[in-house]
Each structure stands twice: as C-alpha cells, then as structure tokens.
Design a protein around this ligand. Structure first.
Ligand SMILES: O=C(O)C(=O)Cc1ccccc1
Length: 293
C-alpha cells in the first residue's frame, strides 16, 4: 500500500508533542503531519479527503477504549484501519517554570481524561481535592500551562511536551500502574495494510458486529463459536451501546488473522447466516514503539 516516493499527509490529535504525535512520527516520520485539536476533527479530515490518513488513540491498557474513536468508526463515516501502533505511556506532572517553587499551591491539574484517569491514585494522594480539568489532549494541557505562566496550574503529559512547551517536570512517572500502553490506529478511506519495516507477523482484523434483531437466546455464544471452531484467535471483544435503547449493543471483535484468509471468509458467511450485521474495519499490521520518551 505504500509508495516510497509519496509523502502522505497525516492528521493527528495534536498539538505537537501529544502521545498521538509521537506515535505518528514513529510510523510516518516528521514530514506531512498535520495537527488537529480533537479526535472528531482528525476523523473528519480523512473522511472529507483533506488528508490521506488520520491517527487517533483507540484503546488504553489501564482505561480501556476511547469511546469517541469507537463510536465515530461505528456510527460515522466509512473508514478503514490501515495500521495500529502500540506505545508505552509515561505520564509526568509539569508546571510553568515561573511556578517551579509553588508546586504545592497548584489550584488545578489539566490533561486528557485518559491521562487524568491513569494517574488517579497519584492525584488523589498528592493533589487531593484539587480540581481536574479535562483537555482535548495531554499536549493541549501542556501548551495551556505554558501560555498562562501566572496561573497556579499543572499539566499531565509526556517528556517531549515538557521540552516543547518549556515546562518544569515536578514529578516523573506518576501513572498508577507500570504497564500503561495505548493503541493508536491509522485510518483512511481505503482498505489496505500499511507496510513499514518492523510490523507484526500476523495481521489483525477488526469487526463491528450487530446482533440479529430477534434477540434469541444464545446468539452471542453462536458468534463466539464461529471463531472458536475455526481456531481463529480473538484478541479482543467489547460491547458498546448501539444508542437505540437500553440493553442494545454492538460488539467490537479483533481477530488475529487477515480477512482474506479462507477461514475468515467462512466465518463472515456464517455470521451473515446468523443474521448478524458485520462491518469490517479491515486487516492491518501492528507496530510497537520503543519506550524512549
Ligand atoms: O495523544 C495524547 O496526548 C492524548 O491526549 C491522548 C492520549 C491520552 C493518554 C494516553 C495516550 C493518548
């Protein structure tokens, strides 16, 4: 799917020095990257053809899925996953250099909701009752702190953000659990696997499955057995509300096989025979980032 002489434009959840930016740089280098303020802005940029790809967070090991991304993929435009990158996440709390001496007097802590949640225990213990302010990304919080030197505020984000926005890291590695990884996905209007050096051996396929309307008992069991007897390895299953009424869900299923594999073709046919509505987000390779920042 890649042409070596072509530099794709890539929308990412910015501003610069967000975790998403670091993931984007690992896959695409620094040329052609275009920051957007929110996840929907990234998704709309690619859906409307302003950029070739968008890269957005999909799931965190501590906090679970990013609902905004999942819901846009299910309810929104017809987009496909071309690659995923999983990166280690280290959270640091940072203040404006002007406030370096006054860390104990912090009046609010700003960051992306997932980052605040990843540091929940730390914040509870160290900044009890200090208001937590949600921002569109960790880097947006760092930028805000840099632009408001007289406010007694802190941001949670990565080391690159502290460097980029000239902030002082007050405490390092404040995330509550050691294993803190986030999956980012590369989206485009086209099906296809982005092939760059260092990808996983086996591709992964993401399916969004809506159960049949008749709501018969045991249908979820039937769906699972479609994959089980074919020895198709599922790496994730999760339900999300359909938004049509309480108790109505769709399922996101990741399978460690390409959609072109004969067993997967059979599985798709069997799901259709069970009256399930299946939307394939495509097959793609997984990349891992070295824990450098
Ligand atoms: O990319 C960012 O900086 C974000 O704010 C999204 C995010 C939040 C927490 C962990 C990974 C990505």
């Amino acid at each position: 799917m890649t042409d070596k002489n072509f530099t794709p434009t890539v929308a990412y959840l910015g501003p610069e020095a967000s975790f998403t930016h670091i993931a984007a740089t690992t896959l695409f280098g620094t040329v052609g990257l275009s920051p957007r303020p929110t996840i929907p802005d990234c998704i709309e940029a690619v859906a409307e053809g302003h950029v070739a790809y968008a890269i957005v967070p999909l799931e965190n090991a501590l906090e679970g899925s990013v609902p905004l991304t999942i819901d846009y993929l299910f309810h929104g435009n017809e987009l496909f996953i071309n690659a995923e990158i999983s990166t280690p996440i280290e959270q640091h709390i940072m203040v404006n250099k002007k406030q370096e001496e006054f860390v104990d007097e912090i009046e609010s802590v700003h960051s992306h909701p997932h980052a605040l949640a990843q540091c929940h225990k730390y914040l509870q213990y160290r900044f009890r009752r200090v208001p937590l302010i949600q921002t569109t990304s960790t880097a947006a919080a760092a930028k805000y702190v840099s632009e408001n030197p007289d406010e007694k505020i802190a941001a949670i984000g990565n080391r690159l953000a502290a460097e980029k926005y000239g902030l002082h890291i007050a405490e390092e590695n404040i995330h509550d659990f050691h294993f803190n990884h986030t999956r980012f996905v590369v989206l485009s209007l086209r099906k296809g696997m982005l092939e760059i050096e260092g990808h996983s051996e086996t591709p992964k396929t993401t399916l969004m499955v809506k159960l049949p309307e008749d709501d018969r008992s045991g249908v979820l069991h039937q769906i699972l057995s479609v994959f089980a007897w074919r020895r198709l390895n599922m790496s994730k299953i999760e339900s999300r509300p359909l938004k049509t009424g309480l108790g109505n869900y769709f399922f996101i299923i990741d399978v460690l096989e390409s959609i072109d594999h004969p067993m997967m073709k059979g599985a798709m046919e069997e799901l259709a025979a069970l009256n399930c509505t299946v939307k394939s987000l495509g097959s793609y390779f997984t990349y891992n980032e070295v824990p450098s920042r």
